[in-house]
Design a protein around this ligand. Structure first.
Ligand code: GLU
Length: 446
């Protein structure tokens, strides 16, 4: 059997320059090689080699006309990573940084995350290097329609079910759904994150943030720590950050920061419900910048060009984007007494910083475990679409809570070390892997 180093050398050779993909695979390989050594069937069937190669990648031109009548061209992608346990499932990201390496890392993580949810969901991810920021509604609509005009032939409720991610929210899902329906002449649950009055699930917008807090509650229980009164730093100010904050306030925790790519806001006494309503309106309706909070919210300061990790906290919720916590940030967090990290974003902590957290034996949950609530509720949305029914808020929330408790139990099952420390990275990687790997073995060499 190959060593982790040999395996990674091969991954790097086959996927040149895709640094985020290398990073995501390396983390999983470190957890899995020792496990596979004990279970040689996975090596004999070359499961890890197969799982690190997407089943299919689609790359396409997305031409559209801007409001000045000028032709614009973006690159569209869909990475269909693994369908061993269900149709490809995962979000679409619209952001200028989007490239194939980033989408492959996200699709790869999604396979493990989706497996952890216990629902029948394969893994995929897609998007475009389109920047919705500063675009008119009409421009966003034209882009979404052009994007779907190619993507529609590759997806379907039983094949591949995209959803939102950075830059793709209910507005974009709406435009893409409209175009899909028009092209196929079919009303199906081909996308999740739909509006509630046309097939969406209640709690789906809240689910990633709420789910992340539910997971942190389970982690805190292992140390008999309550959430009430805990000081929390949250990064980001999009969907995940907003609903993480909402749930934390409901549970009596104190949220002192939020951020966007321009900088972060800090309110020592903690954001109030009213402050949060302002942020909802600012980000979701006016699509403004977080810096506006400094003027609008009492006691709130804004620091440009920085992330919030220098602020004293008990729990940190990185909920913006990948690689937003480096070693320096990790050390600052520890020095300031932070003892728990709940990753709302995908891969927000660089590997060396993860090691800093684990060496200090703090509670650290990787994104694939902590933020799986979003895709779980997408899975619940698919179930409701299939049975042509809609569950109440309470029903969906209860199911979401149950799933997050399950994921935590699985992480403990596979990640508890001899000294009692729960290695959530190993736990989620191994638990996510086993289900997909066994299904791949059952289905033969495909
Ligand atoms: N983009 C989200 C994630 O990273 C949600 C995907 C989905 O709902 O399919 O898991």
């Amino acid at each position: 059997m190959k060593s982790a180093k040999e395996f990674m050398a091969e991954v790097i050779r086959k996927n040149p320059g895709e640094i985020e993909f290398h990073q995501a695979v390396d983390e999983v390989v470190q957890s899995l090689i020792p496990f596979i050594k004990k279970h040689p069937k996975y090596d004999e069937e070359k499961i890890l080699e197969r799982m690190t190669m997407p089943e299919r990648i689609l790359i396409f031109r997305v031409p559209w006309l801007d409001d000045d009548g000028e032709v614009q061209i973006n690159t569209g992608y869909r990475v269909e990573m693994n369908s061993a346990i269900g149709p490809y499932k995962g979000g679409l990201r619209f952001h200028p940084s989007v490239n194939l390496g980033i989408l492959k890392f996200l699709a790869f993580e999604q396979v493990f995350k989706n497996s952890l949810t216990t629902l029948p969901l394969g893994g995929g991810k897609g998007g475009a290097d389109f920047d919705p920021k500063g675009k008119s509604n009409r421009e966003v609509m034209k882009f979404c329609q052009s994007f779907m005009t190619e993507l529609f032939r590759h997806i379907g409720e039983n094949t591949d079910v995209p959803a939102g991610d950075i830059g793709v929210g209910s507005r974009e899902i709406g435009y893409m759904f409209g175009q899909y329906k028009r092209l196929k002449n079919e009303f199906t649950g081909v996308l999740t994150g739909k509006g509630v009055n046309w097939g969406g699930s209640l709690i789906r917008p809240e689910a990633t943030g709420y789910g992340c807090v539910y997971f942190v509650l389970e982690m805190l229980k292992t140390r008999k720590e309550p959430i009430e009164g805990k000081v929390c730093t949250v990064s980001g100010s999009g969907n995940v950050a907003q609903y993480t904050t909402e749930k934390l306030l409901e549970l009596g925790a104190k949220v002192v920061t939020l951020s966007d790519s321009g900088g972060y806001i800090y309110k020592k006494s903690g954001l109030t419900e009213k402050d949060l309503r302002f942020v909802f309106e600012l980000k979701n309706l006016r699509r403004g910048r977080i810096s506006e909070c400094a003027k609008a919210l009492k006691g709130c300061t804004y620091t440009a060009g920085k992330r919030p990790w220098g602020i004293k906290c008990d729990i940190a919720f990185p909920s913006a984007t990948q690689n937003e916590i480096d070693v320096k940030d990790a050390k600052k967090l520890l020095k300031n007494g932070c003892f728990c990290i709940g990753e709302g974003a995908n891969m927000p902590t660089i590997p060396a910083a993860v090691k800093v957290f684990q060496d200090a034996k703090i509670l650290y949950a990787p994104g694939k475990a902590a933020n799986a609530g979003g895709v779980s509720t997408s899975g619940l949305e698919m179930s409701q679409n299939s049975i042509r029914s809609a569950w109440t808020r309470e029903e969906v929330d209860k199911k979401l809570r149950r799933i997050k408790v399950n994921i935590h139990e699985n992480c403990v099952k596979y990640g508890k070390q001899k000294d009692g420390y729960i290695n959530y990275v190993d736990g989620s990687n191994i638990a996510g892997f086993v289900k997909v790997a066994d299904a791949m073995i059952d289905q033969g060499i495909v």
